[in-house]
Design a protein around this ligand. Structure first.
Ligand SMILES: N[C@@H](CCC(=O)N[C@@H](CS)C(=O)NCC(=O)O)C(=O)O
Length: 197
């Protein structure tokens, strides 16, 4: 019933990890972004795409939220204050971590060569470090929301790993320890294996 489109070394990793956490069956098609197969399913040509009974869903945060709501795990219920706080954290991670690393990636290899401004990267690295401190200040327990792992934990851990691979400065001990703990989860390890297959 679920098919994940996009290589595990892209944001598709987030969806693979969530499906592993949920113990759901899925198939995986590691199609590259902007390929004909992806563009047919997603108007922007971006990955991940999740096919649910053949129906395409796009955007990793929307997909994780859908899966969490549908299976009643890794989320607070809709319409609660806790859910609004959880969604606030999701947006904080997207605005302050994802967007900053993505801008660095765009100016490294995504944009056409004549549109890249590599000089922006030191500024992005500084901004990322400050934003990590702001996220660490909101860490309430073993997970961002406290005792329960929720959608923003998957997004934040993925961003921290991505930043590490992109040679961004290491965040402070609080977030580094958090990311190390998250990476040890069996579902994370199973999803990471997909990147090596
Ligand atoms: N907000 C989207 C971003 C998706 C995205 O930009 N994916 C990258 C791969 S990680 C991509 O497909 N890039 C191709 C492009 O920008 O044209 C999400 O979280 O799914």
């Amino acid at each position: 019933m679920y098919e994940v489109i996009g290589h595990a070394n892209t944001r598709a990793f987030r969806v693979l990890w969530m499906l592993e956490e949920l113990g759901q069956d899925y198939t995986h098609r590691p199609e590259p972004p902007r390929s004909a197969a992806v563009t047919e399913l997603s108007p922007l040509g971006k990955v991940p795409v999740l096919l649910v009974d053949g129906e395409p869903l796009t955007d990793s945060a929307a997909i994780l939220t859908y899966l969490a709501d549908k299976h009643g795990q890794f989320t607070h219920p809709c319409g609660t204050l806790e859910r609004a706080r959880q969604d606030g954290l999701t947006h904080q991670v997207l605005d302050e971590l994802d967007a900053v690393i993505w801008t660095a990636a765009r100016h490294s290899f995504v944009l056409p060569k004549d549109e890249r401004v590599p000089e922006v990267k030191p500024s992005l690295k500084g901004e990322f470090q400050r934003n990590c401190e702001r996220l660490a200040a909101r860490l309430k327990g073993p997970f961002l929301m406290g005792e329960e792992m929720t959608v923003p934990d998957l997004l934040a851990t993925h961003c921290l790993n991505w930043a590490f691979a992109a040679k961004f400065p290491e965040p402070d001990a609080v977030l580094t320890d958090y990311a190390k703990r998250m990476r040890k989860r069996p579902a994370f390890v199973a999803a990471a294996q997909k990147a090596k297959d």
